[in-house]
Design a protein around this ligand. Sequence first.
Ligand SMILES: Cc1cc2nc3c(=O)[nH]c(=O)nc-3n(C[C@H](O)[C@H](O)[C@H](O)COP(=O)(O)OP(=O)(O)OC[C@H]3O[C@@H](n4cnc5c(N)ncnc54)[C@H](O)[C@@H]3O)c2cc1C
Ligand code: FES
Ligand code: FES
Length: 473
Amino acid sequence: MKMNLKFICNKNLVVTEVQPGKSLLDFIRKDLRLTGSKEGCREGDCGACTVLIGELENDRMIYKTVNSCIMPVGDINGKHLVTIEGLSDGKLNQIQNDFVEQGASQCGFCTPGFIVSLCGYFLSNEKPILKDAIDSLDGNVCRCTGYESIRNAINNSIVFLESNEGDSKRHIEKLVSSNFIPEYFLEIPQRLNNLSIDIQKDSVNGDAKQIIGGGTDLLVQRWEEIENADVNLIFNLHQNEKITVEDNICKIKATTTVSEFWESEIIKKYLPEITESLYLFGSLPIRNRATLGGNIINASPIADMTSILLALDAKLIIEGNSRKQIKLNEFYTGYKTMKLEPGEILDDIHIELPDEGARFNFEKISRRTYLDIASVNSSIYLVIDKDVISEVHLSAGGVAPIPLYLFETVNYLKGKEIAFETIKSAAEITLKEIKPISDARGSSAYKSLMLRNLLFAHFAKLFPNIIVVEELI
Ligand SMILES: Cc1cc2nc3c(=O)[nH]c(=O)nc-3n(C[C@H](O)[C@H](O)[C@H](O)COP(=O)(O)OP(=O)(O)OC[C@H]3O[C@@H](n4cnc5c(N)ncnc54)[C@H](O)[C@@H]3O)c2cc1C
Ligand code: FES
Ligand code: FES
């Protein structure tokens, strides 16, 4: 079923009817005929298709980078879509000038994506820092220029912006007066308000069986089928307060993205060690769309957020004919099968707030450090009372058909003292309860060895005064 769409693309109002599951990149290139956004990998890996999505939050525009190749077009309803064409008005903007001056573009295929990501960085950061600006490009790949000239161009843009004090009070006005973005950006909040779109309600199609969260798994795996299917877009279902605390329970909406989880003050306060791990999850544009619910329901044995949530002993709240609760460690029944009936939606994820003295660690082995899925991953949550483990939860990914909760190792560890012998024996039990298979990401023997090492790494990292890795191996 087609969907009515009303949104602003660059400075133009677009009113149209589309199949909502179609890739936003196809819509931009083929329907809007804006061909600056490029199709490279079509899998969220290269960043050539990066665009900005702007939304009003408390009367303020928030712009986020996304990979348009794997975003369903229906999710653009009521928002501001910015493509490379919308970042300059008749002449190059300052960031583009700096790229030209530094020779930071050769074939130019990747350049629109880099410029869009950088504009997104400058729009979100009033005090730009070179390292952070470079980090914001973690989803952009260049095959020919080499990154040094790109780094130099960014540095020049930052110096230019800092030196251009101007008399504008608002950051966005400073970006306009410094020629980082065109003037029409200033009118966008008012124009979006005038659209009067209820972003939450207008996308949901409860009759459609095919649920789409961020689409970062579905539009890679089944985009040809999804583009013409009836789809229920739930990404915008919960706009505010996605993470709350009630009676010692942290309630996380399943539509929470990895970025929102990372930026949450609640998560930073109660689980600071988790936020330190999240840079290992995809790239910024992926984290801006990947939801926690999608990570769980996609049921990949190496899903990172699922690994983390298993170690937090998460409970799932599922909405269907009735509302039911099930522990995440009892949810999966086999490879990509789970206790979820057709039509049911994962609504909420609940975790108990950690006890005082609780420790958490996440480890991931992948072929590339960044922007790669895991070969093996593992998370641990521990509460220690005078060197004795009073509570523990441990997960392992990539070593079984499902994301695994290591029940037997957990049972063994409870009540034991943190000591060299305890960890050695725990590793032996772990190796008996996993069933790794040999595949493109490593042989069964390799994965067993890696998981053993990750177990050692957990304890060596959390208890460096007691556990020394060299003694374990
Ligand atoms: C380049 C790239 C890098 C990636 N890197 C990582 C990584 O480092 N670590 C990692 O773990 N994953 C990674 N992923 C995979 C993916 O981003 C995550 O699994 C993500 O969390 C999926 O969420 P989504 O909302 O995009 O899911 P979607 O694609 O929207 O949906 C996935 C599945 O879940 C179902 N679904 C979604 N939400 C709900 C709900 N609330 N209730 C019921 N069903 C639902 C959908 O119907 C579908 O079957 C990467 C993907 C890409 C393309
Ligand atoms: S085309 Fe490569 S990330 Fe979209
Ligand atoms: S300039 Fe050619 S891929 Fe970057």
